[in-house]
Design a binder for this molecule. Structure first.
Ligand code: PMP
Length: 429
């Protein structure tokens, strides 16, 4: 396999003519496929249909402390839901608050509360001249949208397979008191599928931020979302690591059952120190009279405990694994050795991160769209939608059927090849 960069102009022109023809043929098929968002497929959603039947009109709808879940009350979650989400988050139920249907919503609220009320008695961020957040990149677009919405300045921190560049994180947070937080997806990260190493977690736990109200936004959205039984990543539990390091209040840990049961109809939770949770509760008490306890109850009845959750996630993996492998095999087969792209090979989560040659991502996404395949917008994985190298593309294999995914992957590799050839031809004489 000859690298594209080693090809002569003539070779590139011949290749381009051939790729142009393939592209025209594919376009003529009039495809309409979507590899853009990390949504479970319909057959994954079918796995949780039992949730519809665990509660019925003759069910006992009281939680274990006897409270009627049909009514108001129990603002921070029924005990059995705290236990279930506690097991999922690897923390004691005393350190859990159960929320509504979305963890992203809780993250938004946490920033809103910090803006208007301040963090644990500190000056509200809205009264400060400057508030900044560290953003490991590439990362999750919706995190970046939240901080952008509140006018928080975002600073890119490069990701490595072990997690964010911790030399940079330590230096910045210890020197600059206007840095108030960092977005982290520590396990099977969005979009790379990386899991932070034990050393990275320890370094996070030992951070010495200049700002007393600096918090790590630890979004553990993919904590139990393994693709393989025998090849799983492990993440050190950060709440305990922070407590041991004498930094108990440093982290907010978010989780949800969105990609376990039904996205948009799952349960979200926060795990944090008791002092942080008091801060959360003071806001929540004004905000709501309580979240959906019937949903909490049906999740507990359906999953029962962590073993039930793991068993369920194995069924998700059986559907997701062949899809990931199909995309990865296509990338290996079609692009391996050509020197025009690199990609991650995750053991879990929902995404594959692809890096094209510099300056090609936007063109690849546009070409794919023209051929009927929607990809996540180029740049979306960076704050302000600005990928400085215009090279990262997030691939989401979960939603399409295997047949559609096969076609979409073929379109993708073709668009990568064609864009790369065009780029190289623009630079050779
Ligand atoms: N965090 C990450 C990293 C995600 O990928 C997603 C879903 N795409 C979410 C949060 C959203 O979770 P929820 O449905 O609980 O708001």
């Amino acid at each position: 396999m000859k690298k594209y960069s080693d090809m002569s102009k003539e070779e590139l022109l011949t290749l381009k003519a051939q790729l142009d023809k393939e592209y025209a043929d594919i376009k003529a098929k009039g495809l309409a496929l979507d590899m853009s968002r990390g949504k479970p497929s319909a057959d994954q959603l079918d796995l949780s249909m039992g949730l519809m039947n665990v509660l019925s009109s003759d069910s006992d709808l009281k939680c274990e402390t006897g409270v009627d879940c049909r009514n108001y009350g129990v603002i921070d979650g029924i005990p059995e839901a705290k236990r279930l989400l506690g097991e999922m988050s690897e923390v004691d139920p005393d350190h859990i608050i159960i929320y509504g249907n979305s963890s992203l919503n809780v993250m938004f609220d946490s920033i809103a509360r910090s803006m208007t009320q301040g963090v644990m008695g500190n000056t509200p961020w809205c009264k400060l001249d400057k508030v900044k957040f560290l953003c490991p990149v590439p990362g999750y677009d919706r995190h970046f949208k939240i901080t952008e919405f509140f006018g928080i300045e975002m600073i890119n921190v490069p990701m490595t397979p072990q997690g964010p560049d911790m030399d940079m994180v330590e230096k910045l947070v210890s020197e600059d008191a206007s840095i108030k937080g960092i977005w982290c997806v520590p396990k099977y990260s969005n979009p790379q599928g990386y899991t932070y190493s034990a050393e990275t977690v320890e370094r996070f736990a030992h951070l010495k931020p200049a700002a007393p109200d600096f918090r790590i936004y630890w979004d553990n959205a993919y904590s139990i979302h393994h693709l393989y039984d025998d090849n799983q990543d492990f993440l050190v539990e950060i709440l305990e690591a922070c407590a041991k390091a004498g930094n108990p209040d440093l982290v907010y840990k978010f989780t949800s059952t969105s990609k376990v049961s039904f996205p948009g109809s799952g349960i979200a939770a926060v795990a944090a120190s008791k002092a942080n949770l008091e801060d959360f509760r003071s806001y929540m008490q004004i905000q709501t009279i309580g979240h959906d306890k019937l949903n909490q109850l049906r999740h507990v009845k359906f999953f029962k405990n962590i073993d039930g959750l793991h068993e369920h996630m194995r069924k998700h993996a059986a559907i997701l694994r062949p899809k990931f492998e199909m995309v990865l095999n296509t990338l290996d087969r079609e692009l391996g050795g050509l020197g025009i792209g690199e990609w991650t090979k995750p053991h879990g989560g929902y995404f594959i991160s692809f890096d094209s040659m510099e300056g090609c991502a936007k063109a690849i996404v546009a070409k794919a769209k023209e051929a009927g395949v929607v990809l996540t917008g180029a740049g979306a994985t960076y704050p302000y939608g600005k990928d400085p190298k215009d090279s990262n593309i997030r691939i989401a294999p979960s939603f399409p059927t295997p047949e559609d995914l096969g076609k979409a992957a073929e379109v993708f590799v073709l668009c990568v090849k064609l864009t790369s050839v065009e780029k190289l031809l623009a630079t050779v004489r």
